[in-house]
Write a protein that binds this ligand. Structure first.
Ligand code: MD6
Ligand code: FE
Length: 216
């Protein structure tokens, strides 16, 4: 049965399984590239990238901003979601329409239906920036997926298990790749290795990561 359908259906976009519930969709953002980059400029014009401070007092090497209703922030008092950008005192800029389409398409391709993110964190990595191993635990429902879009310079994504000491595997994330994590993989430890120098035709010397979540 499956063989029959496989032979009739057009080739699906390649979906690499990296754990039960976690997938890499290679190039899945490329069809949205132009509109997403335009949307990104609109967001950062109003809420520029900034280096936030961790509860432990460290300045993050990754610069961040947000759009839409719930922005992820960290400062000396902890991490949380907030509707207001603490730098501008205004609400985060609206989410560009192109982001919504990309996030829903990618979640659906990974088997997570009706994905409707209210949190869209945008990360900017410059050479030397890294994100140490962590779990994403500020959201309400640990079954619902996270959709993570890579743009610009390639990065090494580190993906471990549910315990910090579990072995970590590495995956190259390139311009246009989308990672989707949910269900049993939702609380896996993950991080991004130090970004290497380089020049990307569309984004120059940086990597941008868009991370979509149902947070509230
Ligand atoms: C990044 N991503 O790719 C950082 N979190 O720049 C994350 O921390 C992340 O890619 C949860 C799920 C997917 C991710
Ligand atoms: Fe994360």
């Amino acid at each position: 049965m499956n063989d029959l359908f496989d032979s009739i259906a057009p080739p699906e976009q390649p979906r690499e399984t990296i754990a039960d519930g976690a997938y890499l969709l290679r190039g899945a953002a490329l069809a949205f590239e132009r509109d997403v980059l335009t949307g990104l400029d609109a967001v950062t014009a109003r809420s520029p990238f900034r280096h936030m401070v961790t509860p432990g007092g460290f300045v993050m090497s990754v610069a961040m901003t947000n759009c839409g209703g719930a922005g992820w922030i960290t400062d000396r008092s902890g991490h949380r979601y907030d509707a207001v950008d603490p730098e501008s005192g205004q609400r985060w800029p609206p989410m560009p329409e192109s982001f919504r389409g990309l996030a829903a398409a990618a979640a659906g391709a990974a088997g997570y239906l009706a994905f409707s993110p209210d949190a869209r964190l945008i990360n900017r990595y410059e050479p030397g920036a890294r994100l140490s191993l962590h779990q994403d635990k500020n959201e309400r429902d640990f079954e619902r997926p996270i959709v993570s879009v890579s743009l610009g310079l390639p990065a090494t994504f580190q993906f471990g298990g549910l315990r910090r000491k579990d072995p970590v595997r590495k995956y190259a994330l390139r311009h246009g790749d989308v990672a989707v994590w949910g269900g049993p993989a939702r609380l896996c430890y993950h991080g991004v290795a130090e970004l290497k120098e380089g020049m990307h035709p569309a984004l120059g010397g940086m990597r941008i990561n868009l991370t979509f979540r149902e947070a509230l």
